[in-house]
Design a protein around this ligand. Sequence first.
Ligand SMILES: [Zn+2]
Length: 180
Amino acid sequence: MLGYPECCIRFFRQRNDWNRFSFLAEIHRASLGRPRHWLCNPLTKDRTYSYIYHMPCRWDCSATRELAGRLRSEVARREPELVRQVDRHLRLPALVFYERKHFVLDGTLQGNRIEYRAVHHPDADPEGRALQQRLARGDALELEGDTVRVFHQGEELDRIQARSEGFAPEHPFLIQFDQD
Ligand SMILES: [Zn+2]
């Protein structure tokens, strides 16, 4: 009824099980080696900066691109400045722990490292806000397995450990959607 693509509904039914999986990490795993189209970026969907409100089955899901593209053109006709802002935010790199704890960074991703000037936390989770402050003290981070190392001017400041056990397990990854 909401018009979400069938392929995405199917994948959501299979893997959106918070007792077993981090659903974002499942999408990421299923998308390995494929393009990462920014129109399929769901990370800011609880804020204004998004064109979708469903979880895509892949980062290059063509049905999602189509749906988001149509909404984007409609918004662009009325609010071109908003579209410029949304487009920019969807292309920023992100550090993802799980669905309610992820961070969008104003910076660039290279390999397992993001250098950044600012940290945004698009969720309401209070634990996430505390982590946002820890990340904001740094200017670079590196992900090694389940550990995030935070640096400031080359010196390690902090280490953040993901929690991979129990309900809503964290399987951290870094992502930046393709720029074109
Ligand atoms: Zn899909």
